[in-house]
Design a protein around this ligand. Structure first.
Ligand SMILES: CC(C)(COP(=O)(O)OP(=O)(O)OC[C@H]1O[C@@H](n2cnc3c(N)ncnc32)[C@H](O)[C@@H]1OP(=O)(O)O)[C@@H](O)C(=O)NCCC(=O)NCCS
Length: 206
């Protein structure tokens, strides 16, 4: 795809908050896209070699659509109305505690000590593997950050990246996220396919 085609494709992407009624028709497609992105090897970065089972069930998708705390945004092609991807915005004060933070000796940063009520966790970030590398993921994240800042009043974004996925961490860093050396345990070791699966924490001021 040429640079001008990519620009056109990104311009046509509409990111909006999911609607629990209107978007029930998309449950199967959300389920397909999230699992194809995370748990198949069809895209350029995934976790199928690290984590077993589906990323989300169809029941889980319905729950996410009705969740009033953790907000789901959906990306569509505004010309065809095709669903392209997902992102969830989880207020940090309600985010589950996966265990103690470990540090690699960095000084405690202003971002790490910010009150949870000011932080937003990004999750369920997926782009249909057939549509990846066209700028859609970048637009989803930027729109998610804008929504978190302007509509939810958040001052900092946090994302957990499986530490083996260095290509993904580099992608977030190009968007503006910073690694301060924090680590968090993976919450469900029974689902991991390798020993020592844990998260790297990335943070970004909004
Ligand atoms: C991560 C993800 C959302 C990115 O979506 P996307 O639409 O491909 O993102 P973009 O097109 O905006 O960006 C693709 C980038 O990857 C780069 N890229 C493409 N193929 C690559 C490869 N094989 N290795 C490294 N980088 C690659 C592109 O050059 C581009 O870089 P840029 O942003 O600096 O221009 C998507 O790959 C995905 O759904 N992954 C599986 C789910 C997941 O891991 N989510 C995050 C969990 S924390």
């Amino acid at each position: 795809m040429s640079a001008s085609d990519t620009k056109k494709a990104v311009a046509a992407v509409l990111v909006r908050r999911a609607d629990p009624e209107q978007d029930m028709q998309h449950v199967d497609e959300i389920h397909r896209i999230v699992n194809a992105a995370y748990r198949s090897d069809a895209g350029w970065t995934h976790e199928t070699h690290l984590i077993k089972e589906e990323r989300i069930t169809k029941e889980g998708v319905k729950d996410v659509l009705h969740d009033k705390v953790n907000l789901l945004l959906l990306a569509f092609d505004s010309e065809t109305n095709q669903l392209l991807g997902t992102i969830q915005l989880d207020p940090a004060e309600f985010y589950p505690d996966f265990g103690e933070y470990e540090k690699d000796g960095h000084a405690t940063s202003y971002l790490e000590t910010m009150p949870k009520e000011n932080q937003i966790f990004l999750g369920l970030i997926s782009v249909d593997p057939l549509q990846q590398s066209r700028g859609i993921g970048g637009k989803l994240v930027r729109e998610g950050l804008r929504y978190a800042k302007e509509t939810m009043g958040r001052k900092q974004a946090v994302v957990y990246v499986l530490f083996q996925r260095t290509e993904l961490a580099e992608w977030y860093k190009r968007i503006g996220f910073v690694d301060y050396g924090e680590k968090v345990p993976y919450p469900d070791q029974a689902r991991t396919k390798q020993e020592d699966v844990h998260f790297t924490v990335l943070r970004m001021a909004l």
